[in-house]
Design a binder for this molecule. Structure first.
Ligand code: GAL
Length: 389
């Protein structure tokens, strides 16, 4: 048999081409956890929006954990954290360029949410006898601060070192219908304990309502690596706030015991998600506020813990807030191409949004979200990463 000897350069080129093809194939379908992950290129995050410059701010700690923050919507764009083998995985859903966030059908990826996280029923509330009508974006409700909430605002940014970036924004009186000029500051700090610490501060010149949170979508096996239904989750809450079919709390605090909402012991997210249950039907899965056992606290308390079934990556959420929204990605639709050109398919990420309860301005029995002039709003929440071997 005659052997065909290819010149070295041709052989290399053929090999490279076939490698490239298979890499593209893999990438198209799902993130390959063995590929080296990297933060997006900062250049692809530089644009002028509303006359302001957007940029990407990189935080890095001594463990080589890396977090990228965009001042467009105060977003966590990426978080590279080690898995059980010490290999970095990007556990936050995001896009390869800023444009992805601009055009995404879901505007909340990674974003700072404000002025009011979650829903306000019928998009209105009353303060001191005056009715404030809000912009409707989730008929008939106002959701996550309105159609142009903080997720679409360009914050002013100041990186103060390798591990901290400060974002500030003035939300003007009656922006999206909310009263008062609200000066907001969100500080992201990456600690050497592999924590993303988010410090939210705000002051107002008129009585208003405030409920700030972060809307990172996590996949602890690596963004784009498939379903999160096999992740396990624990939430330190014996009660939750059931909702009507518009996802507005009924006002009751119901026990989770004996229901698919009981995550007091570590349970797979998907274990009960398809059970016949009216609340799961209302949320199209989990999309509910949990009443944290610790309540609103001076010190940080552990609200929830999730574990990636393949990576062993553990996410702990610590907060001072009295509630946390567990959202199991039920509206993810595959319409958006996240980092690596992968589709954002149904339930391939989840959110744990620390917060005051939804619709608080209309629910006198819920802890208050009112902020008065002369008073300071300050609350800290943390995403802490570790591994379970
Ligand atoms: C969640 C909210 C969901 C959905 C999602 C974004 O915070 O609870 O109902 O709106 O954001 O798609």
């Amino acid at each position: 048999m005659k052997r065909i000897i290819l010149p070295f350069c041709v052989a290399v080129a053929v090999l490279a081409a076939s490698c490239n093809n298979s890499t593209t194939e893999t990438k198209k379908n799902m993130q390959d956890s063995t590929t080296t992950v990297a933060l997006p290129d900062a250049k692809t995050y530089q644009q002028t929006i509303d006359g302001k410059q957007t940029n990407l701010y990189v935080l890095k700690n001594k463990n080589n954990v890396q977090v990228a923050i965009s001042n467009y919507g105060g977003r966590i764009v990426s978080a590279l954290v080690p898995d059980k083998e010490g290999k970095l995985r990007d556990v936050v859903v995001g896009f390869d360029s800023l444009q992805g966030f601009v055009t995404s059908t879901d505007g909340y990826y990674g974003a700072t949410i404000g002025r009011f996280g979650n829903r306000i029923g019928k998009a209105q509330f009353t303060l001191d006898g005056k009715v404030y009508k809000l912009a409707v974006n989730n008929p008939p409700n106002a959701l996550h601060g309105g159609p142009k909430g903080f997720h679409y605002a360009v914050f002013d940014a100041k990186q103060t070192g390798d591990t901290t970036v400060e974002l500030t924004y003035l939300s003007k009186d009656l922006e999206e219908g909310y009263p008062g000029n609200l000066n907001v500051k969100v500080t992201f700090t990456l600690t050497d304990e592999n924590e993303i610490k988010m410090t939210y501060e705000a002051t107002t010149d008129k009585k208003t309502v405030v409920n700030l949170t972060n809307h990172a979508y996590f996949n602890l096996n690596g963004q784009g690596s498939g379903t999160i239904l096999n992740h396990t989750l624990t939430i330190n809450a014996d009660k939750y706030t059931p909702v009507d079919s518009n996802l507005i709390p009924t006002g009751k605090l119901d026990p989770v015991a004996g229901t698919p909402f009981d995550f007091t012991k570590s349970t797979a997210i998907g274990a009960r998600i398809d059970e016949a249950n009216e609340q799961l039907k209302n949320g199209k899965g989990y999309d509910h506020n949990y009443v944290l056992n610790a309540g609103q606290t001076q010190d940080l308390h552990l609200a929830a813990e999730a574990v990636g079934d393949q990576s062993g990556i553990v996410l702990q959420v610590l907060t001072q807030e009295p509630g946390i929204q567990f959202y199991s990605g039920n509206f993810m639709s595959g319409k958006n191409k996240i980092k690596g050109g992968i589709a954002d398919d149904l339930r391939t990420a989840f959110c744990l949004e620390t917060q005051h309860y939804p619709d608080s301005p209309n629910q006198p029995n819920f802890p208050t979200t009112t902020l008065e002039p002369g008073k300071a709003y300050k609350t800290i929440s943390i995403y802490k990463f570790s591994v379970k071997k």
